[in-house]
Each structure stands twice: as structure tokens, then as C-alpha cells.
Design a protein around this ligand. Structure first.
Ligand SMILES: [Zn+2]
Length: 121
């Protein structure tokens, strides 16, 4: 895992026009707290199964993750690939969340372990 994966790069935009990925304001106007360095933060992912939407579709929810978009995006991509399933990440709650479609707890747990991320649930 290289450091470049943790940075959002807008190579076509002049630096002046860079926007904060969280509040969508120009960086000069952004008042968000600095992003946490996920390598320095200790956390335990919490897995649970939820039913979503009208059809009651099952999703595996990975909760209590650092609220860091680059990290969540990368983890979500890895989990989707590993589980062969769709998924998304959310940052609208107190913690970062990744949702993977279907009951994929075993695969998600194995993938998190491979990433060095402890999990429970
Ligand atoms: Zn911001």
C-alpha cells in the first residue's frame, strides 16, 4: 500500500481550484478539521448485518472506521473486489462506514485482517 493511494489528486485542476472532498468548498474556504492519519489511529471495525430498502436487501455494514475519504474509498474497493459484490462508503454519521451487499461477514473479516484492521461483530 503506497502513500499516494491516500491522497486525492486533481491533476487537471489548478491548485487554486481544488475543492475539499468533504464539504465541497474551495480549499481556501474549507473549515473542516484536518483529515486523520489512519496509520496513526487505533480503531476496531464493527461488523453487522442490516436489511436495506423495500426489498429488505441484506448488506454487511463495516462501522466505526476512520472518517477519511481516501481510506474509505480504498477499503471499499478492496472489499468489493474480495467479496465480488457491490458496495459503497458513507461519511454522514459519526464514523466512517463501508457497506457491502449481501451477508459477507466472513470475507469482510478476512479482508480486514489482511489489511491489518482488527474487527469484531
Ligand atoms: Zn472541507
Amino acid at each position: 500500500m503506497s502513500d499516494s493511494n491516500h491522497r486525492l489528486v486533481y491533476s487537471t485542476d489548478p491548485a487554486m481550484n481544488r475543492k475539499c472532498p468533504r464539504c465541497k468548498e474551495l480549499e481556501a474556504a474549507c473549515r473542516c478539521a484536518p483529515e486523520v492519519d489512519v496509520k496513526k489511529v487505533r480503531f476496531t471495525a464493527v461488523l453487522r448485518i442490516e436489511k436495506k430498502g423495500r426489498g429488505g436487501k441484506t448488506v454487511t455494514v463495516v462501522d466505526k472506521l476512520p472518517k477519511q475519504e481516501a481510506f474509505l474509498k480504498e477499503l471499499c474497493t478492496k472489499l468489493k473486489k474480495r467479496c465480488g459484490s457491490g458496495g459503497t462508503y458513507l461519511m454522514d454519521g459519526p464514523d466512517g462506514v463501508v457497506e457491502i451487499q449481501g451477508d459477507k461477514r466472513e470475507l469482510v473479516r478476512a479482508c480486514l485482517a489482511a489489511e491489518g484492521i482488527p474487527s469484531k461483530g
